[in-house]
Write a protein that binds this ligand. Structure first.
Ligand SMILES: Cc1cc2nc3c(=O)[nH]c(=O)nc-3n(C[C@H](O)[C@H](O)[C@H](O)COP(=O)(O)OP(=O)(O)OC[C@H]3O[C@@H](n4cnc5c(N)ncnc54)[C@H](O)[C@@H]3O)c2cc1C
Length: 463
């Protein structure tokens, strides 16, 4: 542990060394600084492209730690980032020369079976919630990569396999506990601080640090029918057309994502990932038309435990690799859009990269667009190229490929984008993520964070 004896120059201000040591004494967790053993591991996030050196990383263990960290940030004016799962594609949870308020040690989840609710702390991962709730045969919507931060995902919306049946993660938020920029602890729900509650359901980390969320749960599993149908590249046009038609008519319980991929043998291919939120026999009936319409090269749809399924995609997103993506929402997959993608996909420079359609709609689309901050509810698919590679020398070609894939689909997009899939793409794209709800978010920002302490995010400017 490095004791700070003199003042330190941070990216935005000089911070008094005595004040830092006082902060360290108030914190139950550690305060990591450059020079400390383990500092490099502490500053690593999921995307290996992000290489930043914070002046201080404060590990919070209790809600009071978060209050102390916010008070320290306010008093010193230090640039402040908030980190839970560290999965943000643009590395928003890490800053150069500032403070990182890290919640990863606050990851408890408690389930109340009687009321079918779960309370998750601010640093819980998807796996923490899925595992705890499935012990009781319950679940709620989370994402598809089990080590993503649950609260970071929920605050931006939260798209996942259960979304079409039960809504976004944020639609299942019953209440939240928030430390606001003035160091107060507020509860937000339909009955308490309802304006804040509205903003937390899609508005990201703009309004404070969320130390816990209570979720509504639904019966599920523990065994579900799920898996992939794989098609050869020579049939990709037929298979993508089939996917577009089949997914457009699917019942809410059926979620189908799809991807253009490179297969282990080096050939390109197409995969449809199906998941049914209900009994196995019902699921088999719902999938029969898809299986019959075009026989796949491989049929890997089978009963699987929901917890295992939620971890099944983790290996495709190896922590520390280099990642880049650029997303947009679609209302439909037209023939012209499919052709454009199929023509360009084979130039993909890395065999790990893919182009994905993540299906939304269903219950998500039945919530009015202004009912919560999350606005793009009339989308049918979130779509994006995912570039994954490991050699920094190959950055340019892998980023260029993803940008090109995004650009060819741009004429077919809705103009909207999922805030949690935004990189460093500029303020106009943040506005596109919020559409008609943006002005209301600005008013809320002025009320809860007028000095924009929480600005390392897809930022809603207070002025
Ligand atoms: C491999 C991978 C798979 C993904 N899959 C999905 C998916 O299926 N569905 C989906 O909806 N999204 C998905 N995402 C996107 C994901 O929702 C966002 O990256 C989200 O920001 C991750 O949250 P985090 O806590 O891990 O991120 P962090 O990088 O730790 O935080 C990102 C930002 O979230 C805010 N934040 C995080 N925690 C808090 C908190 N407790 N209080 C206040 N603000 C907070 C902060 O503004 C912070 O800058 C995926 C991302 C990755 C990398």
């Amino acid at each position: 542990m490095t004791i700070i004896e003199s003042d330190i120059r941070t990216s935005e201000t000089m911070v008094d060394g005595g004040r830092i040591e006082e902060f360290r004494r108030l914190l139950s967790g550690e305060l990591a600084c450059p020079g400390d053993h383990g500092y490099d591991a502490a500053r690593a996030v999921w995307n290996g492209m992000i290489d930043r050196r914070p002046a201080l990383i404060a590990y919070c263990v209790t809600r009071q730690d978060v209050v102390e960290a916010v008070n320290f940030a306010c008093r010193t004016g230090i640039l402040t980032a908030v980190r839970s799962g560290g999965h943000n594609i643009a590395g928003a949870s890490l800053c150069d020369g500032g403070l990182v308020i890290d919640l990863s040690r606050m990851n408890r989840v408690t389930v109340d079976f009687a009321s079918r609710t779960a309370r998750a702390e601010g640093g819980a991962l998807l796996a923490d919630l899925d595992t705890a709730t499935q012990t009781h045969g319950l679940a709620t919507t989370t994402g598809v990569n089990s080590d993503t931060g649950l609260i970071g995902l929920t605050l931006g919306g939260g798209i996942g396999r259960l979304g079409r049946k039960h809504g976004l993660s944020c639609d299942n938020m019953l209440s939240a506990e928030v430390v606001t920029a003035d160091g107060r602890v507020l509860n937000a729900s339909e009955n308490e601080n309802a304006d804040l509650f509205w903003g937390l359901r899609g508005g990201g980390g703009n309004f404070g640090i969320v130390t816990a969320i209570t979720y509504r749960l639904h019966p599920l599993g523990p065994t579900v029918l799920a898996g992939s149908l794989i098609y050869e590249w020579k049939r990709v046009r037929e298979a993508l057309r089939l996917y577009a038609e089949f997914s457009a008519k699917a019942p809410d319980a059926l979620n189908t994502d799809a991807a253009l991929v490179t297969m282990p043998d080096g050939n390109h291919g197409f995969a449809i990932s199906a998941f049914y939120a209900g009994p196995i026999d019902e699921a088999e009936c719902a999938l029969q038309p898809l299986r019959q319409a075009l026989p796949p090269l491989a049929d890997r749809v089978a009963p699987i435990s929901y917890v295992q399924l939620q971890k099944a995609g983790d290996a495709s997103f190896p922590r520390g690799h280099r990642f880049y993506w650029k997303a947009q929402f679609l209302r439909q997959i037209t023939e012209a859009a499919a052709d454009a993608l199929i023509d360009r996909f084979p130039s993909v420079p890395s065999s790990r990269s893919f182009f994905v359609f993540q299906q939304v709609g269903g219950a998500i689309s039945r919530v009015p667009a202004t009912a919560t901050a999350y606005v793009n509810r009339d989308a049918a698919y979130d779509s994006f190229p995912v570039s994954i590679w490991s050699d920094a020398a190959a950055d340019e070609e892998n980023i260029a490929w993803a940008r090109e894939m995004y650009a060819v689909l741009r004429p077919f997009g809705m103009g909207g984008v999922y805030v949690n899939n935004l990189g460093d793409e500029g303020h106009e794209r943040v506005k596109a993520a919020y559409g008609e709800n943006y002005d209301r978010l600005v008013r809320l920002k002025r009320k809860y964070d007028p000095d924009n302490l929480f600005r390392l995010n897809q930022n809603v400017h207070p002025d």
